[in-house]
Design a protein around this ligand. Structure first.
Ligand SMILES: Nc1ncnc2c1ncn2[C@@H]1O[C@H](COP(=O)(O)OP(=O)(O)OP(=O)(O)O)[C@@H](O)[C@H]1O
Length: 698
């Protein structure tokens, strides 16, 4: 501007010279600053000064208005450098010709603010940009409000210096090949309202720190490879899409109002608006919506009187039929009311109501119809169906009757949900069997807490036994790093399991039907055993345990096809052999055809290699040989081929108890004789030698 002004000045000075009025005017100083030679000349110069400046200003205005590209000195110099550096380092299509001799504000895709002092927006969609965004280029456009690099072939990670674009409102980076984790820099752009990162190769989790973007209304992350859980994004979003990623877990409540298409095609996302989260639960049946494509027809305008009378009569008949049906249902349920299922209480949504108390018929019908989660008496849980639906679930294992899940509810309660398959029993039959099963209360029995029955799903809810199963304890991770299961613990498990089964047989008159080491579960710290999975055979079409449990199956079952108390004793005998030998029944033989565990033990004992029978891990403990042999004898009686030669479970309990008792008596005697005051035998082994490996004590 100053240069231009001086030029104008020269122009006007020259014109005054032409008029022979001002030969001695210095070019360095304006005329009004020059020492005045004479009053006449001064007057002349003063007279010339005003028109000179007015003319200069007018000329400047004309030039500026007619040649905007030539605006004097209006150039975002810093941003220009950054842009030039970006384009020189990034291969691009010919369309992007940024002429260095022109202002950056006039370049293709670049927009400056009204003062042309900074780059306001950069739009370079589909211009063939290839490769990574060079660091320290775009990140220097600190006043940028809009950045669009969409639909190019940009690769690599978003540079960390994007965090400097703090004025950014809209960021369009979709349809590129960007990769890496969610760009942490973007979570600092607190003014961003629209963030489009879709159709790239981003991986890793979607950060919770997106909640920093308090102005965000549109978040588009679809068609990437984001994984993990969806964070609870509590922003005021109006557009949201994470479809076609690898997300799993439940959809946070804060996002559940978006349509299913916002979440579709993920690895394992669940919860509203998608399927309920618990894999052991059925999807809600689709609501009978009237499709908008099928407009409801309105015929009533043209209905004749006869038709109206017909409809009225039809409706009355229908109402009467419904009424009769309700009365019929009520009457059918009346005997149940006279003798209510003492154990059953029902719950929904956390409200537990005891059906044996007020038990009005309508409520009972409703409960049945609504397929509630039915809690059994003495229940310690207060959750309802909805809570179970929202729980996170992990598969514990697939068994012969279905799949078991460890379900962790939102309040931290952990239960096991067994999803039964191929149940043959009808609803009432199922319910009454579960009431019997649920009525069993014993410290060595895993209590059934609740059940659910619908046409599509049959679920059982049990306590979660944190120490897992005897099977896992005996056979899991054998070898280095394993803590051997000591003899006392094995004896405790044998006795506890026997007591649990005896309780089923004697108190509940229930055949277990599926005794095996994976159904002996252990309390966390104490390793106290609990018998699981009992009393379920009657609800299946084929009550004979599958081949999976062939190793525990009593031989007569092949013929009778019905588990009995005595076949339970046989299975328990096999379980004792498993405890003694450390071998899983199905792996007892080396050959494919196999000899089962009882027969293998029998053959070894016959050959008088009894010591070979026992688990090598047990050989490390002191003073247990006699007890091991005694337990082996009990086991062998249990696995007698003839059912009548087997003891009943009460006898088994007594026999095992006797071993334990004799041990404790011996221990007591030993202890008293160890007492120095009573003159102990110095060679008596210390008390803990039974649970301590030899190597440690020798
Ligand atoms: N209440 C529970 N607490 C802890 N673990 C359990 C519980 N119930 C079952 N499990 C474990 O879950 C796994 C699967 O059990 P599930 O009962 O479904 O099958 P299984 O015992 O292997 O076979 P089956 O169905 O023939 O009894 C097993 O390893 C079992 O020990």
């Amino acid at each position: 501007m100053v240069t231009f002004y001086v030029m104008c000045y020269r122009l006007i000075s020259f014109s005054t010279l032409l008029h022979g009025t001002s030969s001695g005017i210095s070019l360095q100083k304006p005329p009004f600053l020059v020492a005045q030679a004479s009053p006449k000349r001064h007057r002349f110069e003063m007279a010339m000064w005003v028109p000179f400046h007015v003319t200069a200003i007018v000329l400047i205005c004309i030039v500026v208005m007619t040649h905007p590209s030539e605006r004097v000195n209006a150039e975002p110099t810093q941003d220009r450098q950054a842009l030039l550096q970006f384009i020189s380092l990034t291969p691009h299509a010919n369309r992007v010709q940024w002429n260095a001799s022109r202002s950056a504000c006039d370049w293709f895709g670049v927009q400056c603010d009204s003062n042309r002092s900074f780059v306001y927006s950069l739009h370079l969609p589909a211009v063939g940009l290839v490769g990574p965004v060079p660091p320290n280029t775009i990140g220097r456009l600190t006043q940028l409000r809009v950045l669009s690099l969409r639909s190019n072939a940009l690769t690599g990670e978003i540079p960390a210096d994007f965090a400097n674009l703090t004025m950014l409102r809209n960021l369009y980076l979709q349809n590129n090949h960007f990769s890496g984790e969610f760009p942490a820099a973007l979570t600092r752009l607190t003014r961003v309202t629209r963030l489009e990162l879709s159709s790239n190769n981003f991986t890793g989790s979607i950060p919770f720190s997106l909640n920093n973007l308090t102005h965000l209304t549109g978040l588009f992350l679809e068609n990437n490879s984001f994984s993990g859980n969806l964070p609870a994004i509590t922003l005021n979003l109006t557009n949201f899409n994470v479809s076609n990623n690898r997300l799993n877990g439940s959809i946070p409540n804060a996002l559940s109002h978006f349509p299913a298409t916002s979440f579709s095609n993920n690895k394992n996302l669940c919860g509203k608006p998608l399927q309920p989260c618990t894999p052991f639960f059925p999807a809600p049946s689709p609501s009978p919506d009237v499709s908008p494509a099928q407009p409801v027809e309105h015929h009533h305008q043209n209905l004749s009187t006869a038709a109206i009378v017909g409809i009225a009569v039809g409706s009355a008949i229908l109402a009467l039929l419904l009424l009769s049906l309700i009365i019929f249902l009520c009457c059918r349920r009346r005997p149940r009311r006279a003798k209510p299922p003492a154990a059953v209480s029902t719950a929904r949504g956390g409200d537990v109501a005891t059906s044996s108390s007020k038990d009005d018929i309508t409520g009972s019908v409703e409960a049945a119809e609504r397929n509630k989660l039915v809690f059994l008496e003495g229940g310690v849980y207060g959750f309802g169906l909805e809570d179970l639906l929202r729980a996170s679930a992990e598969v514990l294992g697939k068994g012969s009757m279905g799949t078991s899940y460890k379900a962790i509810l939102e309040d931290g309660t952990t239960v096991v949900v067994k999803r039964l398959k191929d149940v043959a029993a009808a609803k009432r039959e199922f319910e009454s069997q579960m009431e019997v099963v649920g009525s069993v209360k014993h410290e060595n029995v895993v209590p059934l807490r609740a059940f659910y029955f619908s046409k599509d799903e049959k679920l059982l809810v049990y306590d979660y036994m944190a120490a897992g199963s005897l099977s896992a304890l005996l056979h899991g991770s054998r070898g280095s790093g394993r803590t051997p299961l000591d003899w006392d613990t094995r004896m405790k498990i044998a006795l506890g399991a026997a007591r649990g089964i005896a309780c089923l047989h004697v108190s509940a008159k229930l055949v277990h039907g599926n005794i095996k080491s994976s159904n002996i579960l252990l309390h966390d710290a104490t390793h106290d055993p609990c018998v699981a999975d009992f009393g379920l055979n009657p609800i299946f079409a084929n009550p004979v345990p599958s081949n999976r449990v062939a190793g525990y199956r009593a031989p007569e079952i092949l013929e009778t096809r019905k588990p009995t108390f005595k076949s339970d004793v046989y299975s328990f005998g096999v379980l004792l052999l498993e405890l003694l030998t450390g071998k899983a029944p199905n792996q007892a033989s080396l050959s494919e055809e196999g000899i089962d565990l009882p027969r293998w033990v029998q053959s070894v004992v016959r050959e008088e290699w009894t010591a070979e029978v026992f688990d090598a891990e047990l050989m490390r403990f002191h003073n247990i040989e006699e007890e091991m042999v005694q337990l082996l004898q009990i086991a062998m009686t249990c696995v007698s081929l003839v059912p009548d030669q087997r003891p009943n479970m009460e006898e088994v309990v007594r026999m095992i108890d006797d071993i334990s008792r004799s041990v404790s008596t011996d221990e007591g005697l030993r202890q008293s004789s160890d007492d120095p005051s009573k003159g102990s035998d110095a060679h008596t082994p210390p008390q803990d030698a039974r649970t301590t490996p030899r190597s440690d004590t020798s």
